[in-house]
Write a protein that binds this ligand. Structure first.
Ligand code: PLP
Length: 407
């Protein structure tokens, strides 16, 4: 009989978003007149930049000609895009990343999940708590997480690094030795960032212990404060210990277009192997590249017009984040994040549980949020609000929450 990967059977159901959908459906079935506002989704809502659309139209036309037709492209991405990334996202910040170190892909989600292919299954994995669930579930699928302990909401072999108010939502270096460290800044779900000093401590730890940092910077475009690092490679020593994931999803509204990239520096070696060569081998074997039309659209993000247009859209979302953060803070609630990220991490009032406050907001304010407990045990007592919605609806949601709380 064919055996299945037993690790898949250990995964708990994807409880969070299905449970949110279930509670929302139950409420709206009873109250069909309710005008719900969704501040729970992590997807963008604004259309693509005109420069991107124009470049994609042009690329579609090229594809209809003998001269301009493109079949399979390079698995690593077209040079025009890798070069634009190296120049704008790195060289312009004084960071030296070569096009050969950049692998264009169909998503940071895929890359964060697939990167585990190049690492042994006996590595000790450290994750933040709360956490973007992809890091956890993909390691569970690979057999690195052990068994899920329902009562604790944790996997037996993962090292959880609590990110709580007391440590400013940045993880401390764990007591035990870890090999693969997932860091995500600006963070989903807490919306907080790490300082250069905090990242330097991680880079030093990883170099000393021959660990690897898997640095997810999908929300880099939302950084507003000058002293916040935009890339892990701004930190001295990162080239010998860190892999970085970036995405056009939130930077340029590409969630439905699918384009991202991963940086693996040439100097990064473990166990006698160059990780750049291993990732190249993995991608060439299992991936056939991002469509030409999409990569042309992504490259347009780096034109002068493209940069201006995507920055306008990001500013729109940042304004929503400000409205949420300032409006709820003025109402006496405690908010974190939302300054360098599209997420606001709201502490529930009066010691309410995440789901309890979620229900209250759902029923009394008709606002849909995401309960923090769904991102890990340390997310209990918080809810996540997102700034990706419509500006008027966001203002209305904040007003409704304030009315609900009577402040
Ligand atoms: N990384 C983080 C932290 C995210 O929150 C998300 C999407 O929500 C992703 C990666 C996925 O990015 P992509 O759309 O490029 O797959």
């Amino acid at each position: 009989m064919t055996k299945v990967n037993q690790n898949f059977l250990k995964l708990p159901g994807s409880y969070l978003f299905s449970e949110i959908a279930r509670r929302l459906a139950a409420y709206t079935a009873e109250h069909p007149e309710a005008k719900m506002i969704r501040l729970g989704i992590g997807d963008v809502t604004r259309p693509l930049a005109p420069a991107v659309i124009e470049a994609m139209h042009k690329a579609v036309d090229e594809m209809g000609t003998f001269e301009g037709f493109h079949g399979y492209g390079p698995e690593q991405g077209y040079d025009f895009l890798r070069e634009a990334i190296a120049k704008t996202d790195y060289a312009a910040r004084g960071v030296d990343i070569k096009p050969e170190e950049i692998f264009v892909s169909d998503g940071a989600k895929s890359d964060c999940g697939n990167i585990g292919d190049i690492f042994g299954t006996d590595n000790v994995v450290a994750v933040c708590d709360p956490v973007y669930p992809v890091y956890v579930d993909t390691n569970a699928m690979a057999g690195r997480a052990g068994d899920f302990r329902e009562e604790l909401g944790k996997w037996s072999k993962l090292v959880y690094m609590p990110c709580v108010e007391e440590n400013g939502f940045t993880p401390e270096i764990p007591q035990e030795k870890v090999d693969m460290i997932y860091l995500c800044f600006p963070n989903n779900p807490t919306g907080t960032v790490a300082t250069k000093e905090q990242l330097k401590a991680w880079v030093d730890y990883a170099n000393e212990n021959k660990a690897v940092i898997l640095y997810d910077s999908a929300y880099e475009a939302f950084i507003t404060q000058d002293d916040v690092p935009h890339t892990i490679y701004e930190i001295e020593g990162a080239r010998t210990c860190a892999i970085e994931f970036r995405s056009f999803s939130k930077t340029a509204g590409f969630t439905g277009n699918r384009c991202a990239y991963t940086v693996v520096p040439m100097e990064l070696e473990r166990d006698g192997a160059k990780l750049n060569a291993l990732w190249n081998r993995r991608q060439c074997t299992k991936f056939n590249g991002v469509p030409y039309v999409i990569q042309r659209g992504a490259a347009a993000v780096y034109t002068e017009e493209g940069q201006r247009q995507i920055k306008e859209t990001i500013a729109y979302y940042q304004e929503n984040a400000r409205v949420i953060r300032e409006g709820l803070t003025a109402a006496g609630l405690t908010c974190f994040g939302g300054v360098n990220a599209p997420y606001i991490w709201l502490k529930t009032p009066d010691g309410m549980g995440s789901w309890e406050f979620f229900d209250k907001l759902l029923k009394e304010a008709n606002v849909v949020t995401t309960p923090g407990a769904g991102f890990g045990p340390s997310g209990e007592g918080y809810i996540r609000l997102t700034a990706f919605g419509d500006a008027d609806a966001t203002k209305e949601a904040v007003a409704r929450i304030r009315t609900m709380l009577g402040r």
